[in-house]
Design a protein around this ligand. Structure first.
Ligand SMILES: [Zn+2]
Length: 447
């Protein structure tokens, strides 16, 4: 048995940088969890004559995608009628998400994770940052999800969203869940933890104080920030400060912070985030769905703020999220020449953040020595691919195409469109069987 696999032939795009290296008729050679060569199919074939071939059928060969903000727990909400008015963001949280998360039990937490992870694999995501809540099944929930992540074969950064919305004791339990998980996986190659916080307006000063006191300095936070004006208004009303000031006040704004949304920040706030080195995570499809407004991506980037991309539980399709961000810029500016420059660094920012968290500087690049996170898009690009036009291919082609192969750290998770690690049919059967009871529990809960 030969441990080397050659993925090719196809058009290799080595990174999501603005001008990546492109190898036409190219291939990637993988040994165990590392890339050991990138070049022409012919050259790699000659260098590894006994290698196993994973046929790319001429498709685009890209680095595995990174999702910086997901909610696996939302997977079983599809088709659920909350049976209550949801006229604004507060009513959406109270009527839908805060009831659904309380209704989750161990089985539905596991199933939600498996469903979301299967979608991640199907859309070529190999590293995912999840933000979890299941108050009725809090203790040990991250480890439970980690088991599913390991079975699925992805790399994941997990956290539990600390909140005082169900009382201070539960907030403290959430903190302990984060700290324990992060400590247990401090040096794990494929799993890491962060300190998850719901959003400023549901986290008390006493809780933030505990987070600040107990958080190891190298452990970043992952929080919803100014997703809706509600966050700013209630933070001010309840705690006397707007959201970003509160994070800053408690020393929680730093280069390891992940800040989801940032729709309602002023330029002063954005500049402070830029100075801190934190990353703002854009989730336009979700923002549109909740009608909370839209981040001014151009202005945010022009202030030097690093911006990455997530899906916020709306989907697991990162190239769709990129395309939505692009179209959002055009819709916002009314300028059909805008957008390319604005979104060109988003996926790269995601890769860099994942590289930082996993201490893997080459993560997100198809270069020798990098973790073997590789995807193949089908069908082949119908027009020439050059270093200067790869973004056009992602926005207008790859984002509308399917993924043929997903390889994460050398393990083939999707082979010729078929899952190898998860039985998606069985997971869906189990989910459909478990959902009626979940929805009954949901309906029995007050908003
Ligand atoms: Zn979110």
């Amino acid at each position: 048995m030969n441990p080397v696999t050659v993925v090719g032939p196809g058009t290799v795009v080595t990174s999501y940088d603005q001008e990546p290296t492109v190898v036409v008729n190219g291939a990637v050679a993988i040994e165990e969890d590392r890339i050991i060569g990138v070049g022409t199919f012919e050259d790699l074939g000659a260098a590894h004559p006994r290698a196993e071939l994973l046929d790319a059928h001429g498709g685009l060969i890209l680095p595995g995608l990174v999702n910086l903000h997901h909610h696996f727990y939302s997977a079983l909400a599809r088709g659920l009628d909350p049976g209550t008015p949801m006229h604004d963001f507060g009513e959406i949280l109270e009527g839908l998400w805060w009831r659904l998360d309380r209704a989750l039990d161990a089985e539905t937490v596991r199933l939600s994770a498996a469903l979301s992870l299967a979608d991640c694999i199907r859309w070529g995501c190999t590293t995912v940052f999840d933000h979890h809540a299941s108050p009725s099944c809090l203790k040990g929930s991250l480890e439970m999800m980690a088991e599913v992540v390991q079975e699925a074969g992805l790399s994941a950064v997990l956290c539990y969203e600390i909140s005082d919305r169900n009382g201070h004791n539960e907030a403290l339990a959430g903190l302990q869940e984060n700290l324990l998980f992060a400590e247990n996986h401090r040096e794990a190659p494929r799993l890491r933890g962060l300190v998850g916080l719901h959003a400023s307006f549901t986290v008390s000063d006493a809780t933030l104080e505990q987070v600040a006191r107990q958080r190891p300095v190298d452990l970043g936070i992952h929080i919803h920030l100014a997703e809706d004006q509600l966050d700013t208004r209630l933070s001010q009303e309840r705690y006397g400060q707007p959201p970003l000031d509160r994070l800053d006040h408690f020393g929680l704004l730093d280069c390891r912070s992940l800040l989801a949304h940032g729709v309602h920040l002023d330029s002063h706030d954005v500049s402070r985030i830029a100075e801190s080195g934190a990353i703002l995570i854009h989730n336009l499809e979700s923002n549109n769905n909740n009608a909370v407004g839209r981040l001014d991506l151009e202005a945010t980037l022009s202030l030097g703020c690093t911006v990455g991309l997530g899906t916020d539980g709306m989907s697991s399709r990162m190239l769709g999220s990129l395309r939505a961000a692009f179209l959002g810029v055009r819709a916002g500016t009314g300028d059909p020449t805008s957008g390319f420059d604005t979104v060109s660094g988003l996926l790269q920012a995601n890769s860099r953040r994942a590289a930082q968290v996993f201490d893997e500087p080459l993560l997100g690049r198809l270069v020798e020595g990098a973790p073997a996170d590789v995807i193949v898009i089908d069908p082949p690009a119908p027009t020439p691919v050059t270093p200067a036009n790869t973004l056009g291919h992602l926005l207008y082609g790859a984002s509308e195409s399917v993924v043929r192969h997903t390889i994460a750290r050398g393990r083939v998770l999707l082979k010729d469109f078929r899952h190898t690690t998860l039985d998606v049919g069985e997971v869906a059967d189990q989910a459909r069987a478990a959902t009626p009871e979940l929805w009954n529990r949901f309906r029995s809960l007050d908003t």
